[in-house]
Design a protein around this ligand. Structure first.
Ligand code: PLP
Length: 307
């Protein structure tokens, strides 16, 4: 939550708050903290023209950037995979994120870190681009209504499959999210805020912006990275916390059928955190309520992020 002085006498209206945010919010742009309105990039930037760039979404809990190194490592790995050289090193990037969080008084919030290819000519050639843009936005986020954390999400399987890893590896967190957006549209058209995506082999991959887990006979199961998924930071934390709690964790190929007949199901993601899923394609999962392992992990996750 952004630190802002409000009291009943001097409470800001939503519009005033937005205007105040515009005036005070600082965005990191290529080494400098600038006002939000001044944080602009060229219309010739290949990040805009082609979705050519990489990004990270990171949580801040109690003023501390959560799993900071893990996110920065993944950012540099994504950049390496698309032959994008980030103009500053990892230690400078870590410091820049901390600086942006502090400048905006973010205690519990969200950081969006974006690296674009930079401006270029109207063509795909990366050799004809220059000045990759380094952008850090520190803000707040609320993805799903609280009610869904209590009662669970009802999701559908999208007909759009996850990108074939030989076309564009889902391990790259690139600025081109159209694959996920196409599936998300199918979800929202069906009144489902998330949608399950299968891979090119028809196996369970992940959801449009979250990784997926099931619990069957006390064992926690999730698709492996070679199912064509983003290796989620929250996914790794959930597996660690489950193992610490004595729960067996297996990364294995899952089919939609495994989810239909699971005892429990939940999703993980930086923005979503840990959220139960109670039905897939109209089939209730377990007894149609968030299960005990999911609830335990969700609670443990909430404690862990503030330790
Ligand atoms: C496609 C996709 N899968 C999974 C995740 C979850 O990853 P993380 O836990 O690192 O946020 C995200 C969110 O970043 C995502 O976009």
């Amino acid at each position: 939550m952004r630190v802002r002085e409000t009291n009943s006498k001097n409470a800001l209206t939503e519009v005033e708050t937005k205007m105040a945010d515009q005036a005070t919010q600082k965005v990191y742009l290529n080494g400098q903290l600038v006002d939000k309105q001044q944080a602009v990039v060229s219309v010739y930037d290949h990040g805009l023209l082609y979705g050519d760039g990489v990004f990270e979404g990171i949580r801040v809990y109690s003023g501390k950037v959560f799993r900071h190194e893990d996110h920065i490592d993944r950012l540099y790995e994504s950049a390496k995979a698309i032959r994008l050289e980030i103009p500053i090193d990892k230690s400078k990037m870590l410091a820049a994120v901390n600086e942006t969080v502090a400048a905006n008084g973010i205690v519990d919030g969200y950081v969006r870190l974006v690296i674009t290819r930079g401006s270029g000519t109207l063509g795909l050639d990366i050799r004809r681009t220059s000045d990759p843009q380094v952008i850090i936005i520190a803000d707040t986020i609320s993805l799903y209504p609280e009610e869904l954390y209590e009662n669970g999400l009802r999701i559908i399987t999208a007909s759009t499959i996850r990108n074939h890893p030989s076309a564009l590896s889902p391990r790259i967190k690139s600025l081109n999210y159209l694959n996920n957006i196409m599936a998300k549209i199918e979800g929202t058209d069906a009144d489902s805020l998330e949608a399950l995506m299968l891979n090119h082999k028809g196996e369970v991959a992940e959801c449009t912006g979250d990784n997926i887990f099931i619990v069957k006979n006390g064992v926690l199961k999730t698709p492996p990275t070679d199912a064509g998924i983003l290796e989620g930071v929250t996914r790794n934390v959930a597996m660690e916390l489950a193992r610490e709690a004595g729960i067996e964790v297996v990364e294995m190929t899952l089919l939609r059928h495994d989810i239909y007949i699971a005892d429990e199901c939940f999703l993980t993601g930086t923005a979503a955190e840990v959220i139960p899923v109670v039905s897939l394609d109209g089939r209730e999962i377990g007894d149609g309520k968030p299960g005990p392992v999911t609830q335990k992990l969700r609670q443990r996750f909430q404690e862990y992020v503030r330790e």
